[in-house]
Design a protein around this ligand. Structure first.
Ligand SMILES: Nc1ncnc2c1ncn2[C@@H]1O[C@H](COP(=O)(O)OP(=O)(O)OP(=O)(O)O)[C@@H](O)[C@H]1O
Ligand SMILES: [Mg+2]
Length: 382
């Protein structure tokens, strides 16, 4: 049966070329050329597997042709025909890896026939090896991807489990603590009214009670928010008033200077005032905690086309660029006593109000958090 494998024969002696073509045309698809240049042209258009070439040819030797051929089809298996006088060239060619076998002219037809058959077998073997290697590499890459996915899923699972535990624990503890806290807050306010001639010391003590109640409420609300979805109950509110209320109730260390710049032209917005206070307390506490000795915290609001921008900026320790994304992950904290819920809750509450949050930070310079609230009340899902 005729082999449909393509064989290229190159020889400058037409008589030799004719004999070779006649010998092999019944077994292979024979392509032929009587010089290296024409042979290279054939290679550009035909998927040749085996080449037989004469070494001694004018203008371009057999070896020079094979070197060029390698650039067009890199994996052909090559046989070179040489005269006895060119034997050293043939041996060098084999050592260089370009030539598979050499035959000395005049060749023995049976030997040439066997050599050509072996050359085709070698081509197929090398090709199979190449395909297997490629398949192996691609399977390896797939395996690496799967391992990575598995690790991500595992991490997610561990996080979800942690969150479930946090959720269960806090839902019950939070409820138990909320009522006593609100009674402490009311009692402190009543006490302030009772004591008509309060000294500045008593005033300061009552402020401490109020501040601590507010921080405890933040922690409880963060945890409760985390264990169940709480839809905001939107009412027309004046954002600046919520900010002023929060800022007067929070106690700032003496070494922190607070500045505020509130835009009076901001109209009423539909907000859940409790949740906005929670956002503010979370962000301002983070800023306070980021400042070690002296520093500043700026709170700014600004009407900005369809939105109201709320900016909280500090001159604290900042966040490394690589950790910026992580700060919104639940339970991510760098503080010995932190829970790591603050920022994830802030993001969730802002988004429930139809807003967006952005953080810019530079280590040892400070952090700026910008929240955009839409002017128009948003229609919440569900
Ligand atoms: N203003 C800030 N300056 C520097 N780092 C910050 C700032 N805000 C947040 N971070 C970093 O992001 C982390 C996560 O903040 P997040 O408020 O979510 O948790 P936390 O403050 O550690 O704990 P908590 O749940 O008590 O708020 C912080 O631990 C801190 O490393
Ligand atoms: Mg925090």
């Amino acid at each position: 049966m005729k082999n449909i494998q393509p064989l290229l024969i190159v020889d400058d002696e037409i008589r030799v070329l004719d004999v070779l073509i006649k010998t092999f045309e019944s077994d292979y698809v024979v392509l032929s050329a009587n010089n290296g240049f024409d042979a290279l042209e054939i290679l550009r258009h035909s998927p040749v597997k085996v080449i037989i070439t004469d070494e001694r040819m004018p203008k371009m030797s057999g070896m020079a042709f094979l070197k060029e051929a390698k650039l067009i089809i890199p994996h052909t298996v090559n046989i070179i025909l040489t005269a006895y006088t060119d034997l050293s060239v043939a041996i060098d060619a084999i050592n260089s890896g370009i030539v598979y076998r050499y035959l000395v002219k005049p060749w023995d037809t049976d030997e040439l026939r066997i050599t050509i058959r072996q050359a085709f077998e070698r081509f197929d073997l090398l090709n199979d090896n190449k395909n297997l290697t490629e398949e192996l590499l691609s399977k390896n890459r797939e395996l690496e991807r799967n391992i990575l996915e598995l690790k991500e899923t595992q991490d997610k699972l561990v996080r979800t489990e942690k969150l479930a535990v946090v959720g269960q624990l806090t839902a019950s503890i939070g409820h138990e603590l909320r009522n006593p806290l609100s009674r402490i807050k009311t009692a402190a306010a009543l006490m302030k009214n009772e004591i008509r001639e309060a000294t500045s010391e008593t005033d300061e003590l009552l402020k401490i009670v109020d501040n601590e109640v507010m921080i405890s409420t933040k922690i409880i609300n963060d945890l409760l928010d985390f264990s169940r979805e709480r839809k905001p109950s939107l009412k027309p509110c004046i954002l600046n008033e919520i900010i002023n209320g929060t800022l007067t109730r929070l106690r700032f260390p003496d070494y922190i200077h607070v500045e505020q710049e509130l835009d009076e032209t901001i109209p009423e917005l539909y907000l859940d005032d409790g949740q906005i206070q929670q956002i503010l307390v979370n962000l301002i506490l983070n800023s306070i905690q980021s400042i070690d000795d002296s520093g500043k915290i700026y709170v700014k609001t600004m009407l900005n086309k369809e939105f109201v921008d709320l900016t909280i900026k500090d001159t604290g320790c900042g966040i490394p660029q690589s950790d910026l994304e992580k700060m919104f992950e639940p339970l991510y904290t760098t503080k010995p006593k932190g829970i790591g819920l603050g920022m994830s809750i802030v993001k969730m509450l802002v988004e429930r109000h139809g807003g967006t949050i952005q953080v810019h930070s530079r280590e040892n310079i400070g952090t700026t958090v910008t929240i955009k609230f839409p002017l128009k009340p948003i229609i919440l899902e569900n």
